[in-house]
Design a protein around this ligand. Structure first.
Ligand SMILES: NC(=O)c1ccc[n+]([C@@H]2O[C@H](COP(=O)([O-])OP(=O)(O)OC[C@H]3O[C@@H](n4cnc5c(N)ncnc54)[C@H](OP(=O)(O)O)[C@@H]3O)[C@@H](O)[C@H]2O)c1
Length: 336
């Protein structure tokens, strides 16, 4: 089978397409013929070795998010049948409950093999059914970005009708956050660096849009639209964005701290945090139960992920470079 392989992390020059024997499922395992994958910002970090000791440094099969069909069943598997359309859970040991070090110790395309390959073995409880209305590519868009947005907005954020959520940019996590916030009946203030992308955000249901490049004080601008402040910010910027997120927040609101695309360090204005009675809440995707709840909601609302371009597996490097360029809107996909 064909496998994308990073012999030593650190440079995309080390990413190769190689031949490897097809794996076989053991007891309680299934073999999945992967049909599609999707990229996350995380894949730029893992291939560069940016997660340090939390990831594999050699012989990495990258990518956490894939979908395909069951091609073989190991002994004792009763929950699945041949041909079932499934997607894998990014944290195979985090099935339920709160995060613990043990539950987060294995991650697909990080400390465990990823899905940039034609076949992969999964434990029978490490996979979930792709909703019937979605293609393999749409199913492959869900494991990391959608689950993180779901946890931010719904599971932790408890967002409901009448509330307002602020999202940042037009990448994978942010567009799912926008979609889930609208699904929950909330209004959305969405930012982007680009006028065309702001139009896409409006078309996706954003009530108010702000260009964060031409308007660096976008947190204050958000208050013109929502004078009492927004209830929740899904902050994917990290360093540079947290101050503006805090500015846009209502008293007692929450900043869901998700990513670091705008920097990993921040000089936090602590008095403002205290005076606003604000909460900073980190999240690392979510558990399998939360994934199942999200998939049920996606099926019920017939929600479809926003897909950007699709590249063949042989062009994974070009796909990662496209993601890095920031030209995409939504999920960059891989056909396998
Ligand atoms: N905690 C978790 O479990 C978890 C899970 C998934 C992702 N993440 C993190 O979340 C972040 C986003 O991931 P992703 O996969 O959604 O990334 P992505 O698809 O690559 O999207 C990145 C987007 O960020 C926007 N952006 C860049 N600089 C910005 C800034 N200064 N202010 C506002 N937006 C900015 C850009 O949107 P425009 O082009 O529209 O400006 C860009 O398209 C990453 O740091 C990732 O590691 C964390």
């Amino acid at each position: 089978m064909k496998v994308a392989w990073v012999e030593t992390v650190g440079s995309l020059d080390n990413l190769k397409l190689v031949e490897r024997p097809e794996p076989r499922p053991g007891r309680g395992e299934v073999l999945v013929r992967l049909r599609a994958a999707s990229l996350n910002y995380r894949d730029l970090v893992t291939t560069a070795g940016g997660y340090g000791s939390h990831q594999r440094r050699e012989n990495l099969i990258p990518l956490s998010d894939g979908a395909g069909e069951i091609a073989a069943l190991g002994d004792g598997v009763t929950a699945w049948k041949m041909g079932d359309r499934v997607t894998g859970h990014i944290f195979p040991k985090w099935l339920t409950g709160p995060p613990t070090e043990a539950r987060l110790s294995a991650s697909l395309g990080g400390s465990a093999d990823g899905v940039a390959c034609e076949y992969r073995v999964f434990g029978e409880n490490e996979i979930l059914r792709v909703p019937d209305h979605l293609s393999f590519a749409e199913g492959a868009a869900l494991p990391c970005a959608a689950l993180t947005a779901w946890v931010s907005v719904i599971a932790q954020g408890q967002v409901g009708p009448g509330q307002t959520v602020l999202t940042q940019g037009t990448g994978g996590v942010s567009l799912f956050a926008l979609q889930f916030a609208k699904m929950a009946g909330a209004a959305v203030v969405a930012t982007s660096s680009n006028t065309e992308k702001l139009e896409r955000l409006r078309a996706l249901g954003a009530n108010y849009v702000i260009n964060y490049k031409s308007d660096p004080d976008w947190g204050r601008t958000a208050l013109k639209f929502v004078p009492h402040g927004v209830d929740l910010v899904v902050d994917i910027g990290g360093g540079e964005t947290i101050s503006q997120s805090l500015r846009a927040l209502r008293m007692g609101g929450t900043i869901s701290v998700i990513g670091v695309v705008a920097g990993a360090r921040h000089d936090l204005n602590v008095p403002v945090l205290i005076l606003k009675n604000a909460r900073l809440q980190g999240a690392s995707a979510g558990n399998r139960d939360q994934f199942a709840a999200m998939l049920a909601a996606i099926a019920q609302y017939q929600l479809r992920p926003v897909l950007d371009r699709t590249f063949p597996l042989a062009d994974l490097r070009a796909a990662l470079e496209h993601l890095k360029s920031g030209r995409h809107v939504g999920k960059v996909c891989i056909a396998i």
